[in-house]
Design a protein around this ligand. Structure first.
Ligand SMILES: Cc1ncc(COP(=O)(O)O)c(C=O)c1O
Length: 396
């Protein structure tokens, strides 16, 4: 099929909730994507922080094929080996004692909110139902996750939302402390906000959330869907803060681009959940689990994490040295970097492809860089050069 036909069929048959540029990607290799005309693009989006291991890692299709030939699906009615292996691996590498598997980041957050509601009800009875979330947060588009994603454009067409949500300014420990009252069952926060503009929480803020939730026995949920699994140069972003949550949600890179999410939790949360309380048909399926076991073991590797920290420093430092016009801030951790401009960055996103770059924004004024974690020193240097030309020629 040629690119024009793909685009025409998209317009004819696919629900128009996505705005896509007129390029059709057909293959990837390392950190490079190739379109249907054979043009190469350096990918700083990585499928929105999904393709941590880049494109073409032969172990991924090998594990998929091996498991698919044996068994693809039997449902969660029955025991299978791949998902218990993955659950143990995740627990061995985190604070968690138990894992619930699902199919996306939004679903992982739905589960976390439900588990927190049940925990509060079992431990404290009725009336402890408030979920605290923060301005600029993004937790997903399903009804529960949407209610804690306070953006009018996302929420308003779909009201009424899930009730009992309290939205508080991000990085304001005083406001958070006064919002976390006895009727709060959970606080949900991204240690580094992704869609909200690559905004790291301050250590004081996360510490305040931990103390205030502990004081009223509310559960602290870290949404590490975007910032977790090696993205920041540690396996979990919250390791930079020395603050441990009660629940953590992960997804994006977990199964190398196959749909998978997970809600990790401590024993005290797990204890309140019983058979039948929550479930999903596909969660923790054999094929995605077999792939995720490989991904997690790669991303937990200390050498890979050191590489992410090193390349992240190169990227941040390099961006600062470029002294680009109209930049107001450059921030991030590891290979999760945001460049904030004093204006709308959509012209940069649109023109990036002309410079052989795949780039996406995070909010109206922030360019986001979340490349595959395997990006080399030369490729970071190349990305910086191309980004410089893009910005200077677009914003001069
Ligand atoms: C921090 C965070 N949480 C949740 C989600 C929702 O994940 P999904 O799109 O897999 O439902 C996203 C997606 O961008 C995210 O960045």
């Amino acid at each position: 099929m040629d690119a024009q036909t793909v685009i025409a069929w998209e317009q004819a048959y696919v629900l128009g909730v996505y705005k896509r540029p007129s390029v059709v990607f057909v293959r990837g290799e390392g950190v490079w994507l190739y379109d249907s005309d054979g043009n190469a693009y350096l990918d700083l989006v990585a499928g929105i922080a999904v393709n941590a291991l880049g494109y073409g890692d032969p172990e991924i299709p090998r594990r998929m094929a091996e498991q698919a030939q044996r068994l693809i699906h039997v449902s969660n009615l029955y025991h299978t080996e791949p998902h218990v292996r993955l659950a143990k691996l995740l627990c061995d590498h985190s604070f968690a004692d138990k894992v619930f598997f699902c199919n996306s980041g939004a679903e992982a957050n739905e589960a976390a909110i439900k588990f927190a509601r049940k925990y509060a009800r079992v431990r404290h009875g009725e009336g402890k139902t408030i979920v605290v979330a923060f301005e600029g947060a993004f937790h997903g588009r399903t009804m529960g996750a949407l209610a804690v994603t306070p953006r009018p454009h996302y929420q308003d067409p779909f009201r009424p939302l899930m009730p009992d949500v309290r939205i508080v300014p991000f990085n304001d420990p005083t406001a958070a402390r006064s919002a976390i009252t006895e009727d709060v069952c959970a606080v949900i926060v991204e240690p580094i906000q992704g869609e909200g503009g690559i905004r790291p929480a301050t250590p004081e803020f996360l510490r305040a959330l931990r103390e205030a939730t502990a004081a009223v026995d509310a559960l602290l949920i870290f949404d590490e869907v975007q910032c977790g699994l090696g993205r920041t140069g540690r396996l979990w972003a919250h390791e930079w803060y020395n603050v441990t949550p009660d629940l953590m949600t992960v997804a994006k890179p977990l199964a190398a681009g196959l749909p998978m999410g997970a809600t990790l939790m401590s024993q005290k949360v797990a204890e309140v959940m019983a058979p039948g309380d929550h479930a999903t048909t596909f969660g923790g399926g054999a094929v995605v689990s077999a792939v995720a076991e490989y991904v997690v073991s790669r991303l937990a590797d200390t050498e890979l994490l050191a590489h992410v920290r090193e390349r992240g420093r190169q990227l941040l430092h390099g961006l600062r040295q470029l002294e680009l016009p109209h930049v107001v801030d450059i921030r991030g951790q590891g290979l999760m970097v945001g460049v904030e401009f004093d204006r709308d960055v959509s012209p940069l996103v649109q023109r990036a492809l002309d410079y052989g770059l795949v780039l996406v924004n995070a909010g109206p004024n922030v360019m986001r860089m979340v490349p595959p974690l395997i990006i080399s020193q030369e490729e970071v240097a190349e990305a910086l050069q191309r980004f410089q030309s893009l910005v200077e020629e677009t914003f001069s």
